[in-house]
Design a protein around this ligand. Structure first.
Ligand code: HPA
Length: 279
């Protein structure tokens, strides 16, 4: 059997030994959002270290726990902390948690992250609904022997971020008076922030925001037929747009500052996604 699939099944077995809970929505929490995990009602909490073969994050500010429970009546599985490619994991390990949440039964993947704003209109603290992505500079998570049990060799990418879910999130933001931008997210490997010349290049290519996560998880989730949506918190203006040097501290500070509003937007969006039912 495919080694990555074997590993995935081992993780699934570890979780299934602890709970038979079936989530509807899988939520991945990005920088500054970790505390959102505590809002899950009737939680079953599983530290990543207790899931056989599961990658464990090394980034400050990223906890490592899978939380299964309810958010306003919707069954969710929440990843409190994710792993990144720049930590040295293979890209198949980076997307393993996403695939695991899909195998647990989640039909929807809700992605969140922190990003640098490339679009000159964007300011630190803005939220951007991801309408599409550019992942051409990042290794595709589907490279290698295809896992036939999950999905096809050559999956379509014409609507990675579901139009239906985007509509629900836009409505939710408008109803709650939360400004929400709409743009293209580009994933690079990091961990160094981009140079101003790279940001000018990405801008010409049509990217509105740049970060070090998310798009590869979206690809893996679509491959296995999940419906995907994502919101990015623009924590800083990208290099060369901002007059200041970039730092992880600035990213965390902004993410923490806007976290209450971000949490409201995510919580209400998930409730509305739950109400609307599955595709
Ligand atoms: N670049 C890449 N990743 C990021 C940034 C950035 O400016 N801000 C937050 N994550």
């Amino acid at each position: 059997m495919n080694k990555n699939y074997e590993k995935l099944l081992r993780c699934l077995d570890s979780v299934r030994k602890k709970t038979d809970f079936v989530p509807q929505v899988a939520l991945i929490l990005g920088s500054g959002l970790g505390a959102f995990g505590y809002e899950v009602e009737n939680p079953t909490v599983i530290p990543y270290s207790e899931i056989d073969g599961f990658p464990v994050s090394t980034v400050p500010g990223h906890k490592g726990r899978l939380i299964l429970g309810q958010l306003g009546g919707v069954n969710v599985v929440v990843m409190q902390g994710r792993v990144h490619y720049y930590e040295g994991y293979s890209v198949s390990d980076v997307v393993l948690p996403t695939r695991l949440m899909g195998l647990l039964g989640a039909k929807t993947l809700f992605l969140t992250n922190a990003s640098g704003g490339i679009n000159p209109d964007y300011r630190a603290g803005d939220f951007m609904l991801i309408s599409d992505h550019i992942m051409s500079f990042f290794p595709n998570p589907l490279i290698g022997e295809n896992i036939e049990q999950l999905g096809p060799r050559f999956p379509d990418s014409s609507e990675i971020y579901s139009k239906r879910l985007r509509g629900i999130i836009k409505r939710t933001a408008a109803e709650n008076g939360i400004p929400l931008r709409d743009g293209v997210y580009c994933q690079l490997t990091g961990p160094s922030f981009e140079s101003p010349a790279e940001i000018r290049m990405l801008s010409r290519m049509g990217a509105d925001a740049v970060g070090m996560s998310t798009a590869c998880e979206a690809i893996a989730a679509r491959h296995m037929g999940m419906e995907v949506c994502g919101i990015s918190c623009v924590t800083n203006q990208a290099a060369g747009i901002s007059p200041n040097p970039l730092s992880h501290e600035e990213v965390q500070e902004t993410a923490d500052r806007v976290a209450p509003l971000f949490k409201t937007l995510i919580r209400r969006s998930i409730i509305n996604i739950g109400k609307a039912g599955e595709q």
